[in-house]
Design a binder for this molecule. Structure first.
Ligand code: ZN
Length: 182
């Protein structure tokens, strides 16, 4: 007669060899059968695994948020600094701004977009004739991008802060406007 034991989980009556050995128990076997024990082990493992995966995901999400915020703040700071520097370069130096404008107006007059300006005492037509007379080998209106127009004696050698200053008028007079290959 085989000795049977009732599993405390599935309530089946099973032979003792269907239970794991456990010395601490009165009959030397676990209260739950092998099937139930391994089932419980699997469940515990699955629960544990889910917990660990959730923890890892939460950690990664935290890192991701931290990194995203870090990048956003960094970019905001950089943009703010860049904006300040650009504005300072434009507004801070009146002379640089004036020279930039003078070159822009000169180019517009050369293209005939404007006939005259408050900057120079020559007209667009006078400028075009003056420039054309200085064309070197190969220069023509067709290859406008190949050459550049500007002060022959460089602007930096003249002293002025305003377009009314005598230095400005000397620098940007027609006789000082030259043509060279770019
Ligand atoms: Zn069982």
């Amino acid at each position: 007669m085989i000795e049977l034991k009732t599993c405390n989980q599935c309530q089946r009556d099973l032979p003792l060899d269907q239970f794991y050995k456990r010395k601490a128990s009165k009959d030397g076997h676990t209260a739950a059968c092998r099937d139930c024990q391994s089932q419980r082990g699997k469940q515990a493992y699955a629960r544990n695994r889910e917990q660990r995966l959730a923890q890892a995901a939460a950690y990664r999400a935290g890192r991701r948020d931290y990194y995203r915020d870090y990048c956003r703040d960094y970019m905001r700071e950089r943009m703010a600094e860049h904006g300040k520097a650009t504005l300072a370069a434009y507004h801070g130096d009146a002379r640089t701004k004036l020279d930039m404008t003078a070159r822009t107006v000169l180019a517009q007059m050369l293209r005939g977009q404007i006939q005259s300006s408050g900057y120079f005492d020559f007209t667009s037509s006078q400028l075009q004739r003056h420039v054309e007379a200085q064309f070197q080998d190969g220069m023509s209106w067709a290859n406008r991008k190949a050459w550049a127009v500007g002060p022959i004696r460089p602007a930096r050698e003249f002293e002025y802060q305003d377009k009314q200053d005598i230095g400005f008028r000397k620098c940007w007079r027609l006789a000082n406007i030259g043509v060279r290959y770019a």
